[in-house]
Ligand binder design. Structure first.
Ligand code: FES
Ligand SMILES: [Fe+2]
Length: 369
C-alpha cells in the first residue's frame, strides 16, 4: 500500500481509538427509509438501473484457466456465459441461441471446444461466431456473420472478471477507480478459488450488505470471535466514487499474529497494515471483499426478490501449486461459518420489521455511512 495512505489510515485508527465524540467532519446521516428494503417499485428500479447497468463480479480468471473454459453467470436473471477463447481473452455472451433462444451451454461450468445449442445443434466458436447450422439448406439467405451470440461487456482487472449488461457503461477500471490500487498488494492474478459457501436469507440483499459495512455489531453479535480479535473503537471508513468503500479495524495489540497463516498458506505480497487490521473493500453494489493474507472471502449478496437473498461466500487464496490445498484454508472457511451464522441470524426478523406497519426510517451513525 502507498506509504502515505498507510500512514493516514494508521493515524485515523489511532485517532478513532481515543476520541470521545464524533470525528472531525462527521455529520448526522439522513435516516434511511425502511422502504428501501421492502418496496417493490424500488426493487424493480434496482433491477433496471443497478443490476443491468453495473459491473458485477462474475468469476476469477483462474476459474477459466484453459481455452474453452466457461462459467454461467445468471445472478441477475439474464442468462450469461463467460468463456475464455483460444486467444486467451475472456468474453461474455447471452447464453441464448440465435435460432430460437435455447442455451448454448447447460452446465454451471465446464470446458467446450464449441458452444453448441442442445435444441437443434447450431454451433458457435469461442468468440461467439456462428459456425454451423444443421440442414442449412432449409434456411434462405442465412447470414452467419449476423447471427453470432449476443455479446455482454466483460472485462478483467487484476484477475477479477466482471460483466456488465450496459453497452454504454464506463470501462471497469474507471468504475473501480482509486480502490483498485489500494487492493493491488493482494495480487489478484496470483490467487485461486478455495471454495464457495451459500446461505439463503429471508431478507433484502441490502440488509446483509449493511452488516458487512460496519463493525458496530461485533460486540453484540460476535462476542466470542470478532469482538475478541478486533478493537471496534478504531474503525476507519473511506468512501470512494461510484459507491465503493473501504473499512479498516485494528487487531487488538495483544492478539497480533494470532490469525496469521503458516508460511505455506501466506500471501507474501500482503503488507504489514493488512496483518494488523481487518481491511475490507465494498465493491458497489453487492460485494464486500474481505481481502487478507492467506484465504479470504468475497461476500456476495445476490437478490432473489425484494425479500430473499442468496449470500455467496467465494473464497480465494494464493495459488498453492500442484499439491493439495493447504488444510488451513478449509479450516478458515469452517471457522467463518460460525461468524456467518451469527451475522445472518437477525436478517429475517429485520425484514419482517421493514415490511410491517411499524416500520420507521433507520437512524444510522457516521461510522455506518
Ligand atoms: S434453439 Fe438453438 S439450435 Fe434451435
Ligand atoms: Fe458480522
Amino acid at each position: 500500500m502507498d506509504p502515505v495512505l498507510e500512514a493516514d489510515i494508521r493515524q485515523q485508527l489511532d485517532a478513532n481509538r481515543t476520541r470521545t465524540g464524533p470525528p472531525e467532519g462527521a455529520v448526522a446521516v439522513p435516516p434511511i427509509p425502511a422502504g428501501r428494503y421492502a418496496d417493490l417499485e424500488l426493487d424493480r428500479l434496482e433491477r433496471e438501473r443497478v443490476w443491468r447497468r453495473t459491473w458485477l463480479f462474475a468469476a476469477h480468471e483462474s476459474d477459466l484457466a484453459e481455452p474453452g473454459a466457461y462459467r454461467r453467470f445468471e445472478r441477475t436473471g439474464a442468462p450469461i456465459v463467460v468463456v475464455r477463447g483460444r486467444d486467451g481473452v475472456i468474453r461474455a455472451f447471452y447464453n441464448s441461441c440465435r435460432h430460437r433462444g435455447a442455451p448454448v451451454v447447460r452446465d454451471e461450468c465446464g470446458t467446450a471446444r464449441r458452444l453448441t445449442c442442445q435444441y437443434h445443434s447450431w454451433s458457435y466458436d469461442l468468440t461467439g461466431q456462428l459456425k454451423s447450422v444443421p440442414d442449412a439448406r432449409s434456411f434462405v439467405d442465412l447470414d452467419y456473420d449476423d447471427l453470432g451470440l449476443v455479446p455482454v461487456r466483460c472485462e478483467t482487472v487484476d484477475g477479477w472478471v466482471f460483466v456488465n449488461e450496459d453497452p454504454q457503461a464506463p470501462a471497469l477500471t474507471d468504475f473501480l477507480g482509486t480502490m483498485r490500487a489500494q487492493m493491488a498488494e493482494v495480487d489478484g492474478p496470483s490467487l485461486r478459488r478455495v471454495g464457495t459457501q451459500l446461505h439463503h436469507l429471508d431478507a433484502n440483499w441490502k440488509a446483509m450488505v449493511d452488516a458487512f459495512l460496519e463493525v458496530y455489531h461485533i460486540r453484540t453479535v460476535h462476542p466470542d470471535n470478532a469482538a475478541l480479535l478486533y478493537d471496534d473503537s478504531t474503525v476507519t471508513v473511506a468512501m470512494f466514487p461510484n459507491g465503493h468503500s473501504r473499512l479498516s479495524v485494528a487487531v487488538r495489540p495483544e492478539l497480533l499474529g494470532i490469525m496469521d497463516p503458516s508460511p505455506e498458506a501466506d500471501n507474501p505480497r500482503v503488507g504489514q497494515l493488512w496483518r494488523e487490521t481487518s481491511t475490507s473493500f465494498g465493491w458497489f453494489p453487492n460485494i464486500v471483499a474481505a481481502l487478507d493474507t492467506g484465504a479470504f472471502p468475497l461476500l456476495c449478496m445476490w437478490p432473489i426478490d425484494v425479500h430473499t437473498t442468496e449470500l455467496e461466500l467465494q473464497w480465494f487464496a494464493p495459488d498453492w501449486g500442484d499439491g493439495p490445498m493447504p488444510e488451513e484454508h478449509a479450516q478458515r472457511m469452517t471457522l467463518f461459518e460460525t461468524v456467518m451464522a451469527q451475522d445472518t441470524a437477525n436478517m429475517a426478523a429485520i425484514q419482517r420489521s421493514v415490511e410491517s406497519a411499524g416500520a420507521r426510517p433507520f437512524q444510522i451513525g457516521w461510522h455506518e455511512r
